[in-house]
Write a protein that binds this ligand. Structure first.
Ligand SMILES: [Zn+2]
Length: 258
């Protein structure tokens, strides 16, 4: 596996010369209920991005472990930065990679709250810096049906945050960090946020979930986690394989129509 932080500068030069794609794991450090570790989202991003880099031969950077978690601030241990801070930070990391020869960037994001700002930054990188950049989200939306099948339920019961899906993933990679006693009663809200007549009326997780989570964490199992992890890694690998076959020029912004 090509992990940038483990290479010497000299060895990294050889890697940058033969490789024009890099993957950057980005996550969060925030409450995930009483049963999962604060590092859940960046553990997921790091594990999956490294596995994808290993299987596809692309370069993996160090993990960015703190993201936009203001909506979890009432719970102990949550760390957060402003959206603009994350955008600037990740954007500057991407430009450093470009200066060494990287032409296409994959940001592997493990935290929902980071997604939109990262996509906004990716647009700027492509438009203003001619660096095609794409943001993958942990468990791609294309796997929704698979997740429904795997957990035998539809919709958000798997949980957008600390529910069965995320709990299973952490059990598959860091079982030692799951609090087994808390796991038995890990139950969150039915869905993320609350709306009144089509308008969202909640800001923070605590506004709609006393546990800070969504979904049935107690339905998580290591076996399901392994299956979901494998599908997620395969899905991201097939995206990277497509990216390898596509030139950076093809991925740049199109010119204005005549
Ligand atoms: Zn999470």
């Amino acid at each position: 596996m090509v992990l940038l932080e483990n290479l010497t500068s000299t060895k990294s030069r050889a890697e940058f010369r033969k490789n024009d794609i890099a993957i950057i794991p980005v996550g969060s450090t925030e409450q995930h209920g009483a049963h999962l570790p604060l590092g859940t989202d960046h553990f997921l991003a790091r594990y999956i991005a490294r596995e994808v880099a290993d299987r596809t031969g692309i370069l993996c950077t160090p993990t960015i472990p703190i993201g936009i978690s203001d909506s979890h601030k009432q719970f102990f241990g949550t760390l957060s930065v402003k959206p603009q801070t994350l955008k600037d930070y990740v954007g500057q990391v991407c430009l450093s990679l470009k200066s060494h020869g990287i032409r296409k960037v994959v940001i592997y994001n493990g935290h929902g709250g980071n997604q939109l700002p990262l996509e906004e930054e990716a647009r700027v990188l492509r438009s203003e810096h001619k660096l095609p950049t794409f943001v993958c989200h942990v468990v791609a939306p294309t796997l929704e049906k698979y997740v429904d099948q795997l957990f035998g339920r539809e919709g958000e019961y798997h949980g957008a945050h600390g529910g069965a899906a995320e709990t299973s993933l952490i059990m598959a990679m860091h079982e030692d960090l799951v609090d087994k006693n808390e796991l038995k009663r890990a139950k969150g809200a039915d869905k993320w946020g609350r709306e009144v007549s089509g308008t969202v009326v909640t800001f923070d997780a605590i506004d709609f979930s006393t546990t800070g989570t969504v979904g049935l964490g107690y339905e998580g199992t290591k076996e399901r986690g392994v299956q979901l992890l494998n599908r997620t890694i395969e899905e991201t690998c097939s995206f990277v394989e497509w990216l390898k076959k596509t030139s950076a020029e093809e991925l740049l912004e199109k010119p204005h129509v005549d």
